[in-house]
Write a protein that binds this ligand. Structure first.
Ligand SMILES: Nc1ncnc2c1ncn2[C@@H]1O[C@H](COP(=O)(O)OP(=O)(O)OP(=O)(O)O)[C@@H](O)[C@H]1O
Length: 242
């Protein structure tokens, strides 16, 4: 058992399909570093159900990245709360938040941050190894996920030997391997050509149909946004239905 697994467990009852998976109440984030306070999120409310896909759009500087960081427990709110699977993230300690993130939150970013020196299967297996699973078991599970995203034949290749779309598929497999409660995606098709982006979109449809998680997808791409169950626009520190 790794030290990671010896920490206090973060026990949560996982909401089922149709139940609220992500909830923000009165969520505020104020940056106070500059000469004047900058209120980026202002008592924002948000609720996403298990199995639901929500796109968040908004102009540059409207606070999308700030919101994603709060939803993923990478930053703390100035006020209000984020609840994932009915757990208030700000109430978790430093050790617990890391563990909670590993268990419950999957991240996919435009620049996928795959580790260059590891193969695709090793990259996907890593979150399970961190969790204390044996390398063999973790890689077996990783292979299943790679097969789901159509990347099994390329499993032994390193990121530098894969195309942009293939790397993004690996990143999606890595985010899904822990069976997260919440998938956070930041421009998941941002640096891909149209055909590759379309194939990632198709893949997301398949995954959403079977996944038990809530999806929050930040994008500037109107096509990707329109493809989700709901589109919310971040403006003036709050979310508005499109
Ligand atoms: N750590 C920080 N300290 C102070 N101000 C910040 C900090 N991070 C972001 N900001 C400011 O907060 C506002 C929102 O930034 P954020 O990155 O969340 O916007 P965004 O909607 O993701 O923008 P983009 O679409 O351009 O990526 C911006 O005005 C930005 O300058």
């Amino acid at each position: 058992m790794s030290d990671f697994d010896k920490q206090e467990p973060v026990d949560v009852r996982r909401p089922g399909a149709g139940e609220v998976m992500l909830e923000c109440r009165d969520l505020s984030r104020v940056y106070s570093e500059g000469p004047q306070d900058l209120v980026v999120l202002d008592k924002l409310e948000m609720s996403v159900k298990a199995g639901e896909r929500v796109a968040v759009v908004g102009s540059s500087g409207s606070g999308k990245t700030t919101l994603l960081n709060l939803l993923g427990g990478l930053d703390l709110p100035s006020g209000g709360e984020v609840r994932v699977a009915d757990t208030a993230l700000h109430e978790l300690g430093d050790a617990e938040i890391g563990k909670f993130r590993n268990r419950h939150i999957g991240f996919v970013y435009q620049f996928h941050h795959l580790l260059a020196e590891f193969s695709a299967v090793e990259n996907v297996a890593l979150p399970l190894i961190v969790r204390g699973q044996s390398k063999k078991d973790a890689e077996q599970q990783a292979m299943k996920l790679l097969a789901r995203v159509g990347m099994e034949p390329r499993a032994e290749h390193k990121p530098g030997e894969l195309s942009g779309g293939e790397r993004q598929r690996v990143a999606i497999a890595r985010a899904l391997v822990t069976d997260p409660s919440l998938m956070l995606m930041d421009e998941p098709t941002g640096n891909l050509d149209q055909n590759t982006a379309a194939s990632i979109l198709e893949l997301m449809d398949e995954l959403a149909a079977s996944a038990r998680c809530a999806f929050v997808i930040v994008t500037h791409d109107p096509g990707l946004a329109a493809h989700q169950d709901r589109v919310l626009r971040l403006d003036g520190g709050r979310l508005h239905a499109e």
